[in-house]
Write a protein that binds this ligand. Structure first.
Ligand code: ADP
Ligand code: MG
Length: 381
């Protein structure tokens, strides 16, 4: 990828660019916890975006997407938003940097990537983080703090791409480190690195390649359930700001005051916050079997309590269990996308073969398989 990018940069601009890269992400555990003020536990992966870039002495940006074979040129004022959707990510990062008092001047860039688009690995965050990091290095002496870089990416999605996302994806992409997952407290912004060296295991995503339409309305309903449950608990325990602050016992106290549905949703969330902590403990002991078991518990919760799974994902999860895969769960918001699986190396080939064959037989299309390795996030090459 590097050679292709530099070659294109030279042919367009007659010199070499400076190389920067960032990465997509997985989330090992901690799903639907972000808006409940709980933990997420992501890491950057070996799929990313890379750019060659160089200031051009003007007030214009000229950026070329190798993957789309398209060039976009734009100025740096609010009214200069480009028409190409992919270029809005780059433009947004420039604008959000400027809005925060950062400096951005004209530049030339050529970029490419290998994060599958829309598969739940956050190619968009990889793109934002690459440019946010590069702009900080090239024009701002790296004075913008890393957390702010993540927020620049998040605000780009909100204000220039129409996606109201949380902070996890950009956070993981900016802060990611090889061999480490990062536990982020979504309420306080505190984070901590944990070692992730699953020796003898592989981490593999199986993409069902389905997206059920329910996703956005169901998401809002889940949020409302959580808010109602938190409000009920708060009457007895005023310190409960978010649902994740509640103890399981406190939920039981209000069981008769809330609907059974709200109770189940809250039961999942409170359990999930604890599971993230349990997984962190297990990782410090190198106990990957416990990590895997927690992943299955999360899947059960997402499927039966939170009810955001679907037939395709439950099928993949059940097959994993049957084939003695150590851990498996739906990753992301639900209703489609990938399962993330922790598989012993000796079982890997058989599991993947069976998953692809049986899934295809049942659903009429093949799933996609991505082997992931926890890798570095945003960086200069
Ligand atoms: P994801 O879940 O992968 O983040 P999104 O829909 O949020 O999916 O973001 C995908 C968008 O990001 C693409 O439609 C494109 O505009 C941009 N993008 C991601 N990767 C690339 C790439 N390699 N080249 C150009 N644009 C990209
Ligand atoms: Mg995205």
């Amino acid at each position: 990828m590097k050679a292709k990018i530099q070659e294109k940069f030279e042919s367009l601009f007659g010199e070499e660019g400076i190389l920067y890269a960032s990465a997509g992400r997985i989330n090992l555990i901690g799903e639907h916890t972000d808006y409940n003020g709980g933990y997420v536990f992501p890491g950057a992966i070996n799929f990313g975006i890379m750019t060659a870039i160089k200031p051009n002495g003007t007030d214009k940006v000229k950026v070329y997407s190798l993957d789309f074979d398209q060039v976009s040129e734009f100025g740096l004022k609010e009214e200069d938003k480009p028409k190409e959707a992919w270029a809005c990510y780059v433009f947004g990062v420039c604008r959000e940097t400027i809005k925060r008092g950062g400096k951005v001047e004209g530049f030339n860039a050529v970029f490419a990537g290998d994060v599958p688009l829309g598969a739940g690995l956050s190619s968009s965050a990889a793109l934002e983080s690459t440019f946010a990091f590069a702009i900080n290095d090239l024009f701002n002496d790296n004075k913008i703090e890393k957390f702010e870089l993540a927020k620049i990416g998040q605000s780009t999605e909100h204000n220039y791409c129409g996606v109201k996302c949380g902070i996890m994806d950009q956070f993981a992409s900016i802060f990611g480190k090889e061999g480490s997952l990062i536990r982020l407290n979504c309420k306080t912004g505190e984070y901590k690195y944990f070692p992730f060296h699953p020796k003898g295991y592989k981490l593999v995503l199986i993409d069902s390649c389905v997206k059920h339409e329910l996703a956005s309305s169901a998401y809002n309903k889940r949020r409302e359930s959580c808010e109602r449950a938190a409000a009920a608990i708060r009457k007895n325990h005023p310190e409960v700001e978010f649902l994740s602050d509640a103890k399981r016992l406190w939920l039981d106290e209000v069981r008769s005051e809330i609907t059974e549905e709200d109770f189940l949703r809250a039961e999942y969330v409170i359990g999930e916050v604890q599971r993230v902590l349990d997984v962190c403990d297990a990782l410090e002991r190198d106990d990957y079997e416990t990590v895997g078991e927690m992943m299955y518990q999360t899947h059960f919760g997402l499927s039966r309590l939170y009810e955001v799974s679907c037939e395709e994902l439950d099928f993949l999860n059940k097959l994993a269990r049957k084939m003695d895969v150590s851990g498996s769960r739906v990753m992301g918001g639900g209703f489609g996308g990938c399962t993330i699986n922790l598989v012993k190396e000796e079982l890997y080939d058989n599991f993947i073969k069976a998953a692809v064959e049986k899934f295809t037989q049942k659903f009429g299309h093949a799933p996609k398989v991505y082997d992931v390795v926890i890798s570095d996030g945003a960086r200069k090459l």
